[in-house]
Design a binder for this molecule. Structure first.
Ligand code: SAM
Length: 393
């Protein structure tokens, strides 16, 4: 690790961020909105101009002036009418582009993504961003500080789908400075001061991907169960987006309160909450549970080979003996205490028709149980990864 352990990671999140030479100090509200090579389903929100990627391993063609010979660039017959330019003023305005990604939806004091509004159930505000970063540190300890398990020595091009605050992508960009890293998300909540080899884009991963390049690693973290609508579609897109021999890797938790020693009472509020949550999330067309064998099958069906499942456990609370897992458990607990309302709000109010007050009463009991050190619950963690077949001679 380039930056030495969880203390510095945690410290860096809580106000001790590294400075990156050449990076912008723009506030999120003042980000540039250059259109990305992903087409109109993706919007670049980072501080790096596209041209900076032309020289890298992405293999983007260099900009030239004049005409380009031998390229089939036929105009679409519908592209323009005689009457006008074919674009409405609104479509060309940066203000409308900006509002389509920055005008967050507000519900009961929480904010939600604006781009493809309404499709993702968790907020994107400061509280939720803090939860994401705290759980990042918890998972990092559970995974022994590994960024990925796929046997890649030095991935040159990496994409993080559903990057959230971008913390994984930033650490990977830091630790692999010669690689190019892209993080995409529905919400433009990532910092603008980032390593020079990292770019963030606003994009919906449920829509066809078109990055104009291929990757060595397609990564997700904590996306299963409540983010991606169709995992078969996801694996198809990942397969297409990878170089031959490249890897897809999902690092996921199963949102359930597992317990191996009977310390979780059968009538626990935790279990009631998770059962209700699963019923609610299914009403949004999502599956809720993370089933690693199913993910592995879906990977294989998309053409991936060498599929592996690495199971781990993320304790909730400081009950494990192992110091790293105890520290991870503290982060997991704090993340849950912080994140429980955000995780529940849309699901309980919109899908189940509860009032916020009714929901908060249940959450009080859940929080009390989670803080009880005699109850030994954990989230099952699964890293599932597979390889796109290499080219054979
Ligand atoms: C639970 S968070 C995980 C974030 C990050 N990977 C982490 O581990 O902290 C899920 C993220 O996926 C994003 N997301 C959900 N559905 C998405 C979609 N269809 N396309 C792109 N991003 C999506 C959300 O905006 C959110 O930031």
């Amino acid at each position: 690790m380039a930056d030495g352990g969880w203390e510095s990671q945690f410290g860096s999140h809580f106000g001790l961020n590294k400075e990156y030479v050449g990076s912008s100090s723009q506030a999120a509200g003042a980000q540039s909105l250059a259109p990305s090579i992903g087409g109109d389903s993706a919007v670049s929100t980072g501080n790096h101009s596209r041209s900076s990627f032309g020289e890298g391993p992405f293999g983007l063609s260099q900009q030239t002036t004049g005409s380009v010979p031998d390229q089939d660039l036929e105009p679409d017959s519908d592209a323009a009418s005689d009457a006008d330019s074919g674009y409405s003023e609104a479509a060309l305005s940066t203000a409308s582009l900006r509002s389509s990604i920055f005008d967050y939806e507000e519900e009961y004091g929480r904010s939600y993504h604006a781009f493809r509004a309404g499709k993702y159930m968790l907020p994107n505000d400061e509280g939720e961003q803090e939860r994401m970063d705290i759980h990042y540190h918890s998972l990092r300890l559970v995974l022994g500080n590994r960024h990925f398990f796929a046997p890649l020595e030095y991935p040159m091009s990496v994409i993080d789908i559903g990057t959230g605050t971008g913390i994984w992508a930033m650490d990977v960009a830091d630790d692999y400075p010669n690689s190019q890293v892209i993080g995409i998300d529905l919400s433009p909540i990532q910092p603008t001061a980032v390593p020079p080899n990292l770019e963030f884009q606003v994009m919906d991963a449920d829509e066809p991907w078109d990055f104009g390049q291929r990757f060595d690693l397609v990564h997700t973290r904590l996306m299963n169960g409540f983010s991606i609508k169709s995992w078969p579609f996801f694996y198809e897109q990942a397969y297409e987006a990878l170089q031959p021999g490249g890897w897809v890797e999902n690092q996921e938790f199963d949102l359930t309160f597992a317990c191996d020693d009977g310390t979780l009472p059968p009538d626990a509020a935790c279990s009631r909450w998770v059962d209700l949550w699963n019923i609610g999330i299914e009403k949004f067309g999502l599956v809720g549970r993370c089933l690693p064998e199913k993910m592995a099958d879906q990977m294989r069906n998309a053409g991936f080979i060498n599929v592996q499942i690495v199971p781990r456990k993320m304790a909730i609370g400081t009950w494990p003996r192992d110091p790293d897992l105890r520290q991870s458990g503290l982060f997991a607990l704090v993340g849950m205490l912080e994140g429980l309302s955000g995780l529940s709000q849309r699901v309980f109010t919109k899908a189940l028709g509860w009032s916020v007050e009714e929901m908060e009463l249940l959450l009080m009991d859940v929080r009390r149980e989670l803080k009880n050190r005699r109850i030994h619950t954990y989230f099952p963690i699964y890293v599932v990864y597979g390889q796109k077949p290499p080219l054979t001679r």
